[in-house]
Write a protein that binds this ligand. Structure first.
Ligand code: XIL
Length: 371
C-alpha cells in the first residue's frame, strides 16, 4: 500500500514539475538581448539590405563586417551601372562587378541588381557616339545598344542576381516622362527612343532571365503626388500590356521633415497595385536644408530615429506580407553616404556614424522592424 501511495505522489509531483517547466516563458522572465547582439536582419521576417561601395567592401574589414552582420542583401551603389561596365568603344569590362558579386556571394549576401536603364551614371561618351551622319543620335543604334547592354549583363549574372531595377527615375516631378540634355554621364533615353523604351527594357531583361524579379524604381514617391500617381498609372499600363513588371521600388531618400501621412499614403497606393514593394534606398537626412555650419543635437538624432522607425512600421502596416520585397538602406555610415560623397551635403543620414557606432536611428529602426 505504501508503495502505491508513494508512486502516486511521485507521479503527481512529476506532473507538476513538467507543467511548470512548460509555462510559456514571459519575455519579462529574461533580460532583453544585449544591444550588440541585435542585428537588423534578425529583427524582421522580410529581407533587409544595404547599398555598398566597391572599394570599402573589398578593402575595409570593419565596413564589410557590419554589412555581413546586419544585412541579407546588398545593392551596388555604382558598380552594376552602365558607366561602370561599358567602355567608350561600347565593349564591356565586368571585372570589378564580377569581383563584387563574388565577394557578396562568399559572404552569403543576395545581390539586388541596380540599375539597367537610368538617365545618370551611363557611359555617355559611348552612347552619344551612336549617331547617323552628322551629330543626330540614331534611335536604332541607341535601342540596339540598350538591348545589348541589358541582355549581356542580365545573362551574365543569371542565377546570381535574382532581381533588377530595370528602369530608374523615368518620371519627373510633374509626372511626365523625364527628358533632359544628355551630357557627361547623363543620357536621356526617352528623348531618343520615346516611352516605348520602358516596356522594351523590361522585355529584354525578362528574355535574358525569365526568373528575375523586375522592378521600376523611383524617388520622391512619398513627397510628390503627381509623381506617385503617374508612376502607378504607368505601372498599370505596363501590366495591362503584359509587360513583365513585378514590383515597384520606392527609393525613400527622405528627411526628418517627411510627413508620416505621406509615407502611409504612398505604401497604401503601392500595395494596392498588388505588386512587390521594395524600399530600395532608404536614408533620412537631418539637415535637409543643407545649412552650414550645422550642429547635430540629440533632438535631431531622435527625430531621425523616429522617422526610420516610422518607415519600418508603416511598411509593415500597409504592405501585405506577400508583397514585402524588403527594405534596403542606402550606404552604411554617415561618412560614406552618397548625400555626403556625391551630393556634397552637410548631413548624417545613415544608421551608423562615421566610426561605425550605432546611432539612435539603428535602435529605433530595429524596433520598428520587429514583428
Ligand atoms: C548614387 C551612388 O550612391 C553614388 O555612389 C553615385 O556616384 C551616384 O549614384 N538614386 C539612385 C542611386 O537610384 O543609383 C544613386 O546612387 C542615388 C540616388
Amino acid at each position: 500500500m505504501r508503495g502505491v501511495i508513494n508512486y502516486k505522489w511521485f507521479v503527481f509531483f512529476a506532473v507538476v514539475i513538467v507543467i511548470a517547466s512548460c509555462k510559456k516563458s514571459d519575455s519579462s522572465d529574461f533580460p532583453p538581448p544585449p544591444p550588440d547582439n541585435t542585428t537588423i536582419k534578425e529583427s524582421t521576417s522580410f529581407t533587409t539590405g544595404v547599398a555598398i561601395n566597391y572599394n570599402l567592401m573589398k578593402n575595409n574589414l570593419t565596413y564589410s563586417k557590419v554589412v555581413k552582420k546586419h544585412f541579407d542583401r546588398v545593392t551596388f551603389e555604382y558598380q552594376m551601372k552602365h558607366a561602370a561596365n561599358v567602355q567608350n568603344n561600347g565593349m564591356y569590362n565586368f571585372t570589378n562587378s564580377d569581383e563584387l558579386v563574388s565577394i557578396a556571394q562568399a559572404a552569403g549576401l543576395e545581390v539586388y541588381g541596380h540599375t539597367l536603364v537610368w538617365h545618370q551614371n551611363n557611359n555617355g561618351n559611348y552612347l552619344r557616339s551612336l549617331t547617323s551622319s552628322g551629330s543626330a543620335l540614331n534611335p536604332v543604334l541607341v535601342k540596339n545598344a540598350m538591348q545589348d547592354w541589358i541582355t549581356t549583363v542580365v545573362t551574365r549574372y543569371k542565377g546570381k542576381i535574382k532581381a533588377w531595377d530595370v528602369v530608374n527615375e523615368v518620371v519627373d516631378e510633374t509626372g511626365n516622362f523625364r527628358t533632359g540634355t544628355s551630357t557627361n554621364d547623363a543620357f536621356y533615353w526617352y528623348s531618343v527612343l520615346g516611352s516605348s523604351y520602358i516596356a522594351d527594357a523590361f522585355n529584354y531583361a525578362h528574355a535574358a532571365d525569365p526568373t528575375a524579379v523586375l522592378f521600376i524604381n523611383d524617388y520622391n514617391l512619398e513627397s510628390s503626388p503627381a509623381k506617385l500617381s503617374a508612376t502607378i498609372a504607368l505601372v498599370n499600363q505596363l501590366k495591362a500590356a503584359a509587360v513583365p513588371l513585378h514590383g515597384i521600388a520606392t527609393q525613400m531618400h527622405i528627411s526628418i521633415n517627411t510627413p508620416d501621412t505621406n509615407i502611409d499614403n504612398m505604401f497604401a497606393q503601392l500595395a494596392a497595385t498588388g505588386l512587390q514593394v521594395h524600399v530600395s534606398e532608404l536614408d533620412v537626412r537631418i539637415n535637409p536644408g543643407n545649412v552650414s555650419p550645422f550642429t547635430i543635437t540629440p533632438a535631431l538624432l531622435e527625430q531621425q530615429a523616429q522617422k526610420y522607425k516610422y518607415v519600418a512600421q508603416s511598411y509593415r502596416n500597409n504592405v501585405p506580407v506577400a508583397q514585402r520585397y524588403g527594405i534596403t538602406v542606402w550606404n552604411v555610415t554617415d561618412a560614406d553616404s552618397w548625400i555626403v560623397t556625391s551630393m556634397g551635403q552637410n548631413d548624417f543620414p545613415c544608421l551608423f556614424d562615421a566610426d561605425y557606432n550605432k546611432k539612435p536611428a539603428f535602435n529605433l529602426f530595429v524596433s520598428g522592424l520587429k514583428l
